[in-house]
Write a protein that binds this ligand. Structure first.
Ligand code: MG
Length: 354
C-alpha cells in the first residue's frame, strides 16, 4: 500500500434502512490502490452495490420528522485487537452508545479511516468485518466514509473516526440538567472490564479466567428502558475516566451532590485483583458497554428489574443517590461509613484505551 489521495465512499440510504441502498465511490477517489480498498473492502462490507447508483459525494437520507442527535468520536486503541473486541466494533459501539445516551435511536454512521502504509490487508479486512457485524447487530448502517493513507511510521496501523446520527423520540428528554435531588443512581453492570482487558494485553498480564472487554451496544438497553419509562432523567456511558469521570461531570453540570455506596458498586474479581496489582482505582477505569442512569427514586427498583432482564446489563445495581447538599461533589461511603471525595483525575490515567 502506498500513500494515496482520498478514498470517499457514500451510499444513498432512504429510511427505512432495509431498502436496497447502494454505495458510491465519490469522484476524485484517488488512484488504483485506493480504488481497490474502497471497492474491495469498504463497499462490499458496508453492503452496497456500486452499479446501482451514479457517483455522488454524500449519502442522502430520508429522515422522519423530529429531533436528530449527532455525535462523533475517534478511536486510537492500542492494541487493535483485544479480548472481547477490536478497534472496529469499538468504533461502531462507541458512537452508537453516545447517541443512545441522548435517548436517540441510531440511524446512520459515517466512518473515516487513517491507515498506515504497510498495514496488512488481512488486518483491515478483520476490522471492517467486525464493524459490519456490530452495525448489523445494532441495526445501523454505515452510509458514508473516507480513507486516508499515511506514510509508514507516521500512524499506528489504523485510526478510525465515526460520526453518527439518531432520532430522539417525542417526549424523550435526557440530560444532566434533568437530574434532581432524590434521584437514584444505577449502573448497568460491573466496572472496569474494558480498561483492564486492553491493559492486560499491553502489559502482558494474564488472568486465571479470561477477562474480556465489556465492549457492546447499549442502544437496545436504552430503547427498552425508555419504552418502559420515558422519564429517565440522565444517562451516560462510562467510557474513558470510568464511573468517576462521568459522575463528576454530571454533578457539576447539574449542580447537585452525588452520594455513592461503595459496597453496592459492582467490580468483578479479576478486575479488582488487576487494579490492586497495577495501583488503579476501578472507579476510574474505562468501560465500553456500561452506563449510569439517573431516575426518580420511585422508579429505581423497576429500572433495576428492567436492566436485570436485559442481556446488555450484566449485574446492574443501585449505587447511590443525588443530594441537594455538597453540590458539584461526588462522595463515596465505604462499608464502615467513612466518606471520601471522588475527584476528577488530572491527566489521563490510561492512554490509547479507546
Ligand atoms: Mg459518552
Amino acid at each position: 500500500m502506498s500513500p494515496d489521495p482520498s478514498g470517499d465512499f457514500s451510499l444513498q440510504c432512504p429510511v427505512p434502512r432495509e431498502s436496497h441502498a447502494t454505495v458510491q465511490m465519490a469522484h476524485g477517489g484517488g488512484g488504483r490502490v485506493m480504488r481497490r480498498l474502497v471497492e474491495g473492502f469498504f463497499l462490499p462490507a458496508f453492503g452496497s452495490d456500486p452499479a446501482k447508483e451514479p457517483p455522488h459525494d454524500a449519502a442522502v437520507l430520508e429522515v422522519p420528522a423530529g429531533r436528530l442527535a449527532m455525535t462523533t468520536d475517534t478511536f486510537v486503541v492500542s492494541p487493535l485487537f483485544f479480548p472481547g473486541g477490536d478497534i472496529g466494533c469499538l468504533a461502531v459501539y462507541g458512537t452508537v452508545n453516545d447517541l443512545a445516551m441522548a435517548g436517540a435511536r441510531p440511524l446512520a454512521l459515517s466512518v473515516g479511516f487513517v491507515l498506515e502504509e504497510g498495514l496488512p490487508l488481512e488486518t483491515l479486512e478483520r476490522i471492517v468485518a467486525s464493524m459490519r457485524r456490530a452495525a448489523d447487530e445494532v441495526g445501523v448502517r454505515i452510509v458514508t466514509g473516507d480513507t486516508k493513507v499515511v506514510d509508514r511510521g507516521k500512524g499506528d496501523g489504523v485510526f478510525i473516526n465515526t460520526a453518527g446520527i439518531g432520532i430522539v423520540p417525542p417526549g424523550v428528554d435526557i440530560g444532566p440538567r434533568r437530574v434532581r435531588p432524590g434521584d437514584a443512581v444505577l449502573v448497568s453492570g460491573d466496572l472496569g472490564r474494558h480498561g483492564i482487558a486492553v491493559l492486560s494485553v499491553r502489559e502482558g498480564i494474564s488472568f486465571e479466567s479470561e477477562l474480556a472487554s465489556d465492549c457492546a451496544s447499549l442502544a437496545g438497553l436504552v430503547e427498552t428502558l425508555l419504552a418502559a419509562d420515558p422519564d429517565v432523567h440522565c444517562l451516560r456511558d462510562l467510557t474513558r475516566g470510568g464511573l468517576a469521570a462521568a459522575l463528576c461531570e454530571i454533578a457539576e453540570a447539574a449542580g447537585v451532590g452525588i452520594e455513592l455506596d461503595e459496597a453496592s458498586i459492582p467490580v468483578c474479581e479479576p478486575v479488582a485483583g488487576a487494579c490492586e496489582l497495577l495501583g488503579l482505582d476501578p472507579l476510574y477505569v474505562a468501560n465500553e458497554g456500561r452506563l449510569v442512569a439517573f431516575v426518580p427514586a420511585e422508579a429505581a427498583q423497576r429500572t433495576l428489574e428492567i436492566m436485570r432482564a436485559h442481556p446488555a446489563a450484566v449485574g446492574p445495581s443501585v449505587i447511590g443517590t443525588v443530594t441537594e447538599t455538597q453540590a458539584g461533589m461526588v462522595r463515596l461511603r465505604n462499608p464502615l461509613g467513612v466518606e471520601r471525595i471522588v475527584d476528577l483525575l488530572s491527566g489521563e490515567q490510561m492512554p490509547r484505551i479507546c
